[in-house]
Design a protein around this ligand. Structure first.
Ligand SMILES: C[S@@+](CC[C@H](N)C(=O)[O-])C[C@H]1O[C@@H](n2cnc3c(N)ncnc32)[C@H](O)[C@@H]1O
Length: 352
């Protein structure tokens, strides 16, 4: 049972969350309902440290619905009902009933799963960063993704890209990742990227792309209205399952120093993380940053990150909707790109 202080904190979190779910009318409608229901908030006391409560609760419910659990709540999910989904404004009572009736399975998912949303389009930011790295060094480079989830971004060189009107990457790629380009001049030539010599992920809990329940969990974390992202996710998971990259299980704080030493000395390495540092408990963030920097102890390190503005590193406080870049030639980090959190659009950084 959560303390009344914890319930108060969770309630405030849900009351403030609707704006986060910009493109999900269903979750926007459900946030204020959950904020008023200590009985539901109490389920979240079982979550693991650092896990974002609203993503986790809505993910757990969506997971069970996608597993086939029968309940009238299904009627409100575009992921299950398509265009005939019912009006989200009426979904509150059904959610309450669902959480009461399926309290044990909901709690089990909350207790065991992590928020591991693998957003395929974020690979566009990495692809762009590789082009920037190519301007500094010809490569090949060793690629490391921290917080890799299923490892989708580690296949950055295997996808086709549709950036506005421009196309890059192999024409016979298993999927095309599209994003709008908001620059005044055309994007750079994203075919001009260094070769990847090795690719390694690090994750607290690597997602097994060959396991149907792990795949369903990733699918459940996609908001129910975003069928386009769900289709892209399925295609990317198929691609990764055909040739899974190594994703080392463990905390980046422990794994990165070892991993850095295992890469060939003197050879350049690119480290990418997106929506990962934000899940590291605040007291561990300095250690997380040091662990990433340690990958540069034995070779030039290019570091690229897409994290909320609360993640200053290398002297740069990134603005909202900015990706950041740091390399051996730079005193301080620089903005790499502007983009929305899910990389539906990207643009060159604004001059500072
Ligand atoms: C929200 S997901 C983002 C996944 C991926 N980076 C993306 O943008 O699509 C965050 C991932 O970071 C992992 N993670 C969180 N803290 C970590 C840590 N200290 N060390 C390694 N992985 C961590 C989680 O397990 C999860 O898979």
């Amino acid at each position: 049972m959560a303390s009344s202080r914890e319930i108060g904190r969770l309630s405030a979190h849900f009351a403030e969350s609707p704006e986060v779910f910009e493109t999900s009318p269903l979750y926007r409608a459900l946030c204020p309902v959950v904020a008023e229901e200590p009985e539901i908030l109490d389920l979240l006391v079982h979550r693991r440290q650092g896990q974002q409560p609203s993503y986790l609760l809505f993910g757990a419910v969506h997971y069970l619905l996608l597993s086939g659990v029968p309940h009238p709540l299904r009627r409100f999910y575009p992921s299950l009902m398509g265009a005939s989904a019912a009006d989200p404004a009426d979904a509150g009572p059904a959610l309450l009933d669902f959480c009461r009736r399926y309290q044990d399975p909901v709690t089990e998912v909350i207790r065991t799963r992590l928020v591991q949303t693998n957003v395929v389009r974020r690979v566009v930011g990495l692809r762009y960063a590789l082009w920037v790295v190519g301007q500094h060094c010809p490569g090949p480079v060793h690629l490391v993704e921290v917080g890799a989830s299923a490892g989708i971004h580690l296949h950055v060189d295997r996808y086709r890209y549709a950036i506005g009107e421009h196309r890059f990457g192999p024409a016979d790629a298993p999927l095309t990742v599209d994003s709008r380009w908001r620059g005044d001049s055309p994007p750079p030539d994203l075919d001009e990227v260094p070769r990847i010599a090795s690719r390694t992920g690090v994750d607290l809990h690597p997602v097994d792309v060959t396991d149907v329940r792990d795949r369903r969990w990733l699918r459940a974390l996609v908001w129910p209205e975003d069928r386009d992202a769900a289709t892209l996710l399925e295609a990317a998971l198929d691609s990764v399952a055909a040739d899974p990259p190594t994703v080392i299980a463990g905390d980046a704080v422990d794994v990165c120093p070892r991993l850095g030493r295992s890469l060939p000395a003197g050879e350049p390495r690119v480290v990418f993380h997106a929506a990962t540092r934000m899940h590291v408990p605040a007291v561990r963030r300095a250690a997380f940053d040091r662990a990433i920097d340690s990958i540069g102890d034995d070779g030039p390190l290019y570091h690229v990150w897409q994290e909320p503005p609360s993640a200053p590193h290398h002297g740069l406080v990134v603005a909202r909707e900015e990706l950041a870049f740091h390399g051996p030639e730079l005193e301080v980090a620089v903005p790499l790109l502007r983009a929305d959190g899910h990389l539906r659009w990207l643009a060159p950084p604004l001059p500072r």
